[in-house]
Design a protein around this ligand. Structure first.
Ligand SMILES: NC(=O)c1ccc[n+]([C@@H]2O[C@H](COP(=O)([O-])OP(=O)(O)OC[C@H]3O[C@@H](n4cnc5c(N)ncnc54)[C@H](OP(=O)(O)O)[C@@H]3O)[C@@H](O)[C@H]2O)c1
Length: 430
């Protein structure tokens, strides 16, 4: 029986430092929980001249990844270096060497997760990735264990703190998108290049991971319909408020007998929906299970210690398995064939905001286009437009297919200019 478990830490940045701190500060609790000592024995960094955490022995540092991957005394490799190719390679090599692996890397897990989990199964090793989605929220474990007994039919998440922070500032403090983004950058919530956040790719990667787990299907990044928040136009947030909605950048995935649909986009979310009140940089994941009904997990989506909490929980899980000699016993293979729904069977209500020439007969021309495509309307409203001779019209549809929505937008082009359009969600919980 082991009396010490040795860790090789790849990266000592925001997350890696948090991991080192928690392992050090909670040493006694961990010893009590596991009955053994858990120690960081090697740490990979890029620049060995940076000042490092004084709690770590200066001799643990290396800039040579092979020194860690080839060290047979290490039991668990914790990948918190980020990036794609090197990180993926490190995870693969660690698994091939029979080591347990913990990663926080959503980019790698979204792109190669299915292959890496297969490799982990073959190698009888653990590959845990709790911190890859929603930082400090234990959503992966909830899907794998807590809700293992249920059938999940829908999952919606605010899984990108940067865009949620920006939208909250725009709504509550009337900030412009540019000012809110600058504030997010100043506070360290947004990267110098915010594209992956504001254009939806970061959230799409997380939705690939969550949807694959929730529906036991190999969901791929290209399956996700992605619209970024740069498509939001002046006045759209006010429009949402006026109709009882909150604009949120939401990842959603749904499953029914026709297949799966996954999307990341700014939507009009009913004010009464639990996700509508998730503000600032916080994350939340709302799950609908056939048996359990509604549940929601809420918490910090990033940050050194919150994210490290998830990483260390994965380390504890790997340690427990090591001590019981049951690593790699989870079944990761997808149960269901991947069937992605066509546009014609994705149903939702839609908001369309149009600018038209203010002249007799224009409204009937527009409503004729909706009827031509069988898109029934819940309401039509006129708003004064800023330019003379023009009118702004808002159409709210009943449930229509995404195909009908796209066909209507396409046909409207000759008669109106489409200012903006959004999917409406969450009214059934009102
Ligand atoms: N930050 C968060 O709140 C958060 C939340 C959830 C998930 N994650 C994920 O956690 C991972 C780490 O994020 P982070 O924010 O901690 O990153 P970070 O602050 O940039 O830290 C990266 C660390 O890895 C080292 N490193 C990177 N590439 C290396 C290479 N090629 N060779 C040697 N060392 C290398 C860096 O060394 P130097 O110190 O010498 O530069 C640094 O210590 C990413 O996958 C990220 O997506 C982060």
């Amino acid at each position: 029986m082991k009396n010490e478990i040795s860790i090789g830490l790849l990266g000592l940045g925001t997350v890696g430092s948090g991991v080192a701190k928690i392992l050090q500060q909670h040493q006694q609790d961990l010893h009590h929980k596991l009955g053994v000592q858990v120690s960081i024995k090697k740490v990979l960094v890029r620049n060995n001249n940076k000042e490092r955490l004084s709690i770590l022995d200066p001799n643990v540092f290396t800039t040579d990844i092979n020194e860690i991957l080839n060290d047979s005394s290490l039991d668990i490799i914790v990948e918190v270096m980020g990036g794609m190719d090197e990180a993926k390679h490190a995870i693969e090599e660690a698994l091939k060497a029979g080591k347990q692996v913990v990663t926080a890397n959503k980019d790698v897990m979204a792109q190669y997760g299915h292959d890496l989990l297969k490799l982990a199964d073959e190698q009888k090793c653990d590959l845990f990735y709790e911190a890859s989605v929603a930082g400090g929220i234990p959503i992966i474990r909830t899907l794998e264990d807590g809700l293992a007994s249920d059938r999940i039919s829908s999952l919606m998440g605010i899984v990108n703190g940067t865009t949620n922070f920006i939208l909250t500032k725009m709504k509550k403090e009337n900030m412009s998108y540019e000012t809110a983004l600058a504030e997010a950058t100043r506070l360290g919530y947004a990267e110098a290049d915010p594209s992956a956040d504001v254009d939806g790719l970061d959230a799409a990667r997380k939705m690939v991971i969550l949807s694959s787990l929730a529906f036991s299907t190999e969901v791929h990044i290209n399956d996700v319909l992605v619209r970024g928040m740069r498509e939001i136009q002046d006045g759209d947030l006010e429009m949402a408020n006026k109709f009882g909605y909150t604009m949120k950048m939401v990842g959603s995935s749904k499953k029914d007998e026709d297949g799966i649909e996954v999307a990341v986009e700014p939507i009009f979310l009913a004010d009464s929906h639990p996700l509508a009140s998730v503000n600032n940089e916080f994350n939340a994941v709302y799950i609908y299970g056939d048996a359990v009904g509604e549940t929601m997990l809420y918490g910090p989506g990033a940050g050194s210690l919150p994210t490290a909490t998830s990483v260390v929980s994965d380390i504890i899980a790997a340690c427990r398995n090591l001590l019981l000699e049951v690593n790699g016993k989870r079944v990761h293979s997808a149960q269901h064939e991947r069937v992605i729904k066509p546009e014609s069977s994705r149903f939702a209500k839609y908001f369309h905001r149009l600018l038209v020439k203010d002249e007799v007969g224009v409204l009937s021309k527009l409503t004729a286009i909706y009827s031509k495509h069988g898109a029934s309307l819940q309401s039509v409203m006129q708003h004064p437009a800023e330019q003379d001779g023009q009118a702004e019209l808002v159409f709210l549809t009943h449930q229509i297919s995404r195909q009908q929505h796209l066909d209507v937008l396409n046909d409207l082009a000759g008669t109106a200019s489409v200012i903006s359009h959004y999917r409406i969600e969450g009214e059934e919980t009102a």
